[in-house]
Design a binder for this molecule. Structure first.
Ligand SMILES: CC(=O)N[C@H]1[C@@H](OP(=O)(O)OP(=O)(O)OC[C@H]2O[C@@H](n3ccc(=O)[nH]c3=O)[C@H](O)[C@@H]2O)O[C@H](CO)[C@@H](O)[C@@H]1O
Ligand SMILES: C=C(OP(=O)(O)O)C(=O)O
Length: 427
């Protein structure tokens, strides 16, 4: 198994190209199951999760072909052809490795009138329930049955009716599932308290490019007029705001002057506000963002929340950064109950963090010291990389497969701006 070795202390300067967003890619790929015409996705990041999702699409009978860019370039072009689906099932073996697999439930149900998907269970960051996905699908006409760890959803008469659903809490995944399913329902649907994440907007735009009729895009009320069929489309995946924010945290704490390119700062308001509040200079352009820092940071009080709030996917990276702030920061995690697995690993590098319930108090320390540390989930892994960049001596991050789910060629991007970082086999 690979490890990442970092010798900390280098300032970062230069340019980092931001990849297509994992969390958008994984909801755009299942859209292709809604039509028998090809869907081509551009700017698709090279990530283990994207490959895994491709495998899931193949499993149900869609073909995936990758063309275009040379190995040295970022982003890929994938064409998904779902002329005929040969299975309606997402099996446990795939779903347990990739929670986003649940996003095939809505599209397969809409297309085939039936879908059987393994329940995802929990994961390292906490419980990942799907009750809201199911309630929303029921509200637009699905009939559900649970048995042997699977949910089977059926559309009476082979087509969903459409309907109204008001989410009791904001759910990104459930909004995505019901949106895709409602796109080809017989009647209209109205989704209230819908998630407003930029990835949902990306999904809506792709569906519209495929012929869907959606009003209220980017707001908490989505109105979908079901259409008889969707057609193929070519669509470019939005930039990864979490990847961009992660590199910004790295520059903030290591110090330096880095331009993030192919990025959408407009979708990163809460992250940019938090960086600025910590004393980092952020110059936001239309498709670029310059981050300048002398490594001296003010402490922050942050609480995670659905968009446009501060993203749970940025919590671990800010925590690593704030380990070196001048004073005590208070971070509260409201989305996932167990998203502090990085805390004991950061503590092994000299961080001073106390967790009580959902709140972590991070007292800035003068120095972090490199150590062997273990990644436990995707963003926790990135927090260890960020800490390693500023720690004295060598940090070895193991279980790098977590990082490979969500960061395209991380070590290449960071070495290009001066970090001393490399990937090594386990030896
Ligand atoms: C609102 C939010 O920040 N969502 C994050 C969540 O999306 P993801 O789609 O994984 O999770 P949801 O947005 O659905 O979850 C939001 C909250 O709703 C709860 N819930 C969800 C579904 C359900 O059926 N029942 C239920 O109770 C969850 O436990 C959680 O507390 O994790 C992703 C990966 O880290 C992030 O990219 C998303 O930004
Ligand atoms: C936890 C994440 O992803 P997933 O929902 O795919 O596990 C993430 O993107 O931070």
């Amino acid at each position: 198994m690979d490890r990442i070795l970092i010798r900390g202390g280098n300032r970062l300067s230069g340019k980092i190209p931001v990849s297509g967003a994992k969390n958008a890619a994984l909801t755009l790929m299942p859209c292709a199951l809604l039509t028998d015409e090809p869907v081509t996705l551009r700017n698709l990041p090279r990530l283990a999760d994207v490959d895994g999702f491709g495998h899931l699409l193949n499993q149900v009978g869609a073909s995936t072909s990758i063309e275009g860019t040379s190995p040295g370039e970022f982003g890929r072009v994938m064409t998904i052809r779902a002329g005929q689906l040969t299975s309606t099932e997402a099996p446990y073996d795939i779903v347990r490795k990739m929670r986003a697999s649940i996003l095939v439930l809505g599209p397969i149900l809409a297309r085939m009138g039936e879908a059987r998907v393994s329940l995802p269970g929990g994961c390292a960051i906490g419980n990942r329930p799907i009750d809201l996905h199911l309630k929303a699908l029921e509200a637009i006409g699905a009939e559900l049955e649970m048995s042997a760890g699977y949910v089977t959803a059926r559309a009476p008469g082979g087509r969903l009716s459409g309907g109204r659903y008001a989410f009791p809490i904001v759910s990104v995944g459930a909004t995505e599932n019901v949106l895709m399913a409602a796109a080809t329902a017989r009647g209209p649907s109205r989704i209230e308290n819908a998630a407003r994440e930029p990835e949902i907007v990306d999904l809506c735009r792709c569906l519209v490019a495929m012929g869907a009729q959606i009003e209220g895009i980017g707001t908490e009320t989505l109105e979908i007029e079901g259409v008889d069929e969707l057609h193929g489309a070519t669509y470019a995946v939005m930039p990864d705001r979490i990847e961009a924010g992660s590199y910004a945290c790295a520059v903030a704490v290591a110090g330096g002057d880095v331009e993030l390119t192919e990025v959408a700062p407009d979708e990163m308001g809460a992250t940019i506000d938090a960086l600025r509040a910590a004393g980092v200079t952020v110059e936001a352009g239309k498709r670029s963002m310059r981050v300048v820092s002398d490594g001296k940071l003010a402490p922050l009080t942050l609480s995670t929340a659905p968009y446009p709030g501060f993203a749970t996917d940025m919590q671990a990276q800010f925590m690593a950064m704030l380990c070196k702030a001048d004073g005590a920061s208070v971070l509260t995690e409201t989305i996932f109950e167990n998203r502090y697995m990085h805390v004991p690993e950061l503590a092994r590098m000299g961080a001073d963090i106390q967790v009580r319930g959902r709140t972590a108090v991070v007292r800035g320390v003068d120095r972090l010291v490199g150590a062997p540390v273990m990644a436990t989930d995707l963003r926790a892994s990135m927090s260890l990389i960020i800490a390693g960049l500023v720690a004295e001596g060598e940090t070895t991050v193991s279980r790098v497969y977590h990082l490979d789910r969500g960061y395209e060629r991380l070590e290449e991007k960071l070495s290009a701006v001066g970090a001393d970082i490399e990937r090594a086999g386990d030896g």
